[in-house]
Design a protein around this ligand. Structure first.
Ligand SMILES: Nc1ncnc2c1ncn2[C@@H]1O[C@H](COP(=O)(O)OP(=O)(O)OP(=O)(O)O)[C@@H](O)[C@H]1O
Ligand SMILES: [Mg+2]
Length: 276
């Protein structure tokens, strides 16, 4: 079975990269795929917290890279994440490990980090590896991009993050990457339709980023509360619109031809106005 590597990126911070990495991985797993979610944000690792497994972290991707342990020892298993099919390769917290070409002062090289990701994917025999990266472009994001079959560039619905998306797409295109797709996150339908605010419509956003659209995730206050640990996230009840958006993105990554707003009634009804 060939493993598909999917990288999540943007040069801008706070646009929803980790949210998208977690949402897409979770939905791929709930669709029956085996998924390894890799946290490569050496500045602000957070996926262990978002998955509620921070107390389970013993070794991290950095230990695997330094050969302090086997990849399997660092991976938080599906039994621990409580999501069938979803494992996590955590990253050291609090910017304690430096990633640099020059391995002086205990830094690890971007190549060694990516080798660790590959080793974990091989040991787990997983179908998908979803790589969350930190804000910015760096030797590590370039190295991760070289590994990735698909790069998802996340933009939130504001002009600064759209400029960042355009730059990020351009950077990876220059590296020769062809499958680069756009995720629009925290999308606000109301202010897009309301002429007073003049928020960009979907066609303008796609045009600006120069990447094809893979999904649109609406702004979802419930998602924000669950990330802050204020409400418990369960997968037994009804899916929120953000869940449905991640579900649709997962299906599209699996090769299914589903409409972007599949099942999201509120947005589907208004889609002609949103694609203005
Ligand atoms: N669709 C959404 N609706 C509401 N809140 C969201 C949505 N997506 C992300 N958020 C919130 O926005 C904040 C930033 O999200 P996130 O941490 O995923 O961004 P990031 O790009 O990974 O940031 P960083 O660059 O710091 O790694 C978080 O508080 C998250 O809960
Ligand atoms: Mg993040």
């Amino acid at each position: 079975m060939e493993t598909k590597f999917i990288m999540i990126s943007s040069s801008k911070g706070g646009v929803g990269k980790s949210t998208a990495a977690l949402g897409i991985s979770t939905r791929l797993a709930l669709l029956g795929e085996s998924v390894l979610l890799c946290d490569l944000d050496f500045g602000n690792a957070c996926l262990d917290i978002l998955l509620g497994v921070e107390d389970r972290v013993l070794y991290t991707v950095s230990d695997v890279a330094k050969k302090n342990c086997r990849a399997k020892d660092a991976v938080i298993t599906e039994n621990e994440t409580n999501i069938n099919g979803l494992a996590l390769l955590p990253c050291p917290a609090g910017a304690t490990v430096k990633v640099a070409e020059d391995e002086a002062d205990g830094a690890i090289s971007p190549k060694a980090v990516i080798e660790a990701v590959k080793a974990a994917a091989e040991e787990l025999h997983c179908r998908y590896v979803v790589i969350d990266t930190g804000a910015g472009v760096s030797a590590l994001t370039d190295e991760a991009a070289q590994l990735a079959h698909t790069i998802l560039v996340v933009a939130s619905h504001n002009p600064i993050s759209l400029r960042a998306a355009e730059g990020t797409v351009a950077r990876f295109s220059k590296l020769g990457k062809r499958d680069i797709r756009l995720v629009i996150n925290s999308f606000e339908a109301k202010s897009t339709i309301n002429k007073k605010y003049q928020r960009k419509g979907l066609l303008d956003i796609i045009d600006l980023s120069r990447a094809p659209l893979v999904g649109v995730v609406p702004y979802d206050y419930g998602l924000l509360l669950s990330h802050e640990g204020l409400v418990l996230k369960t997968f037994s009840g009804e899916m929120s619109d953000a869940d449905k958006a991640f579900h649709n993105i997962a299906l599209r990554l699996m090769g299914e031809d589903v409409p972007v707003f599949n099942g999201i009634k509120k947005l589907r009804r208004k889609r002609v106005q949103l694609y203005k």
